[in-house]
Design a binder for this molecule. Structure first.
Ligand code: C5P
Length: 410
């Protein structure tokens, strides 16, 4: 599996099996993951931070109070960027601390601050592992959603045999891949996504456009690809790269976007129009740079085609999803567009709200569906918002019989 673009934070605790985690980090790196290692004070007695640093190619975090080398508040930034946390070897001590909500060092503080899935891989003396208090703490953490791997049974470092050995690094990495790989619930579905602004030329040096960064549409394209969809992205000019595995058609103007979408409409099952298409374009594009003459200038604009509206008239069984960026009467305006453009769903966001709209990495969206359902979502990353939109798309594609019966895991 390719883990490119995934961030894995590995927390290493003070157990003899810490040396095996060196191979876990090495394997994760080979799969393309970005790996950050946090070591407890005791872990550093078994393996040096330099070993992990050499493999991860990143500074190893060992101390909550040292000068920040590259993050301002490390435990918060690592907690936020992680797609997955692995704690290995997880000692009875860290399991007990996490079960009690103690956050007195860099590793525990970061784990408590993260929303990423946490994979705990215990390794300890078999009597310790069997101790009821350890087992109780494991149950508490499992109830909170922590994912545990069973230790292996066999000969332990101190000579005795029993259940408590760290599983093989390949098994730990295999489990990590299974957690990171989203369910392929959009496999076989062809999705056309539009993103970014369009640019409407005034003359060879000037244009009319808008503040769309393309981030929301690109997140939808990436998320759809990760879930197995066949994704075509039609994008206006943006400053971000096309997600791996997604086919890209770059356009500049609304008319070009219209042509690209029309040309590919027949071969898709779903269209998600996240692009901020310019509604108007200059009636004439001057071939020469317009000179500044006088205090005023009048630019005559003509209407661009409403791409989504035209698709609404020929949609057939396809699912059409629109976006509605608003500054006023969010829900009313979005509901009107849903109706007038013959859409199945519209994603509304109030671009005046902090954390929502253009340029940010987060969004606050409402999803309105044709049956009158309104799903009000809180502030979340654009990628997470993309997944929530795609959950609804998946249910719409499946039809009313299946809708509601499937929940996306992870
Ligand atoms: O009517 P309004 O522009 O607010 O509608 C927004 C939705 O319609 C978005 O999904 C946008 O991509 C799409 N749209 C379009 N063609 C236009 C204008 C908007 O497809 N000319």
């Amino acid at each position: 599996m390719d883990l490119k673009g995934k961030s894995v934070v590995v927390g290493v605790c003070g157990g003899i099996a810490a040396y095996k985690v060196v191979e876990v980090v090495s394997r994760l790196k080979k799969l393309g993951a970005e790996v950050d290692v946090i070591m407890t004070a005791n872990a550093q007695k078994f393996v040096t931070p330099l070993t992990f640093r050499s493999l991860s190619h990143r500074p190893v975090v060992t101390d909550m109070f040292s000068d920040p080398e590259y993050w301002e508040i490390k435990h918060v930034s690592l907690a936020q960027k992680a797609d997955l946390f692995i704690i290995a070897p997880a000692t009875a001590n860290i399991i007990g601390k996490l079960a009690s909500g103690i956050a007195d060092d860099m590793l525990t503080a970061t784990v408590v601050a993260t929303k990423a899935p946490v994979l705990v891989v215990p390794a300890m003396n078999h009597n310790m592992y069997a101790n009821p208090v350890v087992q109780r703490n494991i149950r508490i953490l499992k109830d909170f959603g922590y994912i545990f791997m069973e230790p292996d049974t066999g000969r332990m470092a101190e000579g005795s045999s029993g259940k408590g050995r760290l599983p093989e690094p390949s098994a730990i990495v295999g489990k990590a891949c299974a957690i990171l790989k989203p369910e392929q619930d959009l496999e076989g579905i062809r999705i056309l996504v539009t993103a970014g602004p369009t640019r409407e030329s005034i003359d060879p040096v000037r244009y009319i456009s808008n503040h769309s960064s393309g981030k929301m549409g690109y997140a939808v394209a990436q998320a759809a690809h990760e879930r197995g969809a066949d994704v075509l992205l039609v994008s206006g000019p943006v400053g971000i790269g096309c997600p791996d595995g997604v086919r890209l058609i770059s356009v500049t103007t609304a008319q070009e976007m219209h042509e690209a979408v029309n040309g590919n409409f027949e071969n898709c099952d779903v269209v998600i129009m996240a692009a901020a298409v310019a509604d108007y374009r200059p009636a004439e594009v001057s071939e020469r740079k317009i000179k500044k003459n006088g205090d005023e200038m009048v630019l005559r604009l003509v209407k661009n085609p409403d791409i989504l509206k035209t698709l609404g008239t020929i949609k057939g069984n396809r699912i059409l999803v629109g976006f509605s960026a608003e500054t006023d009467h969010l829900e009313d305006n979005a509901a009107k567009k849903l109706e007038s453009k013959n859409l199945d769903m519209i994603v509304a966001n109030d671009v005046t709200m902090e954390g929502a709209g253009f340029g940010t990495d987060t969004n606050i969206i409402k999803i309105l569906k044709r049956d009158g359902t309104v799903i009000d979502l809180p502030l979340m990353s654009k990628l997470e918002a993309a997944h929530r939109i795609l959950d609804e798309v998946r249910d719409l594609v499946a039809g009313p019989a299946q809708a509601g019966s499937k929940e996306r895991g992870g």
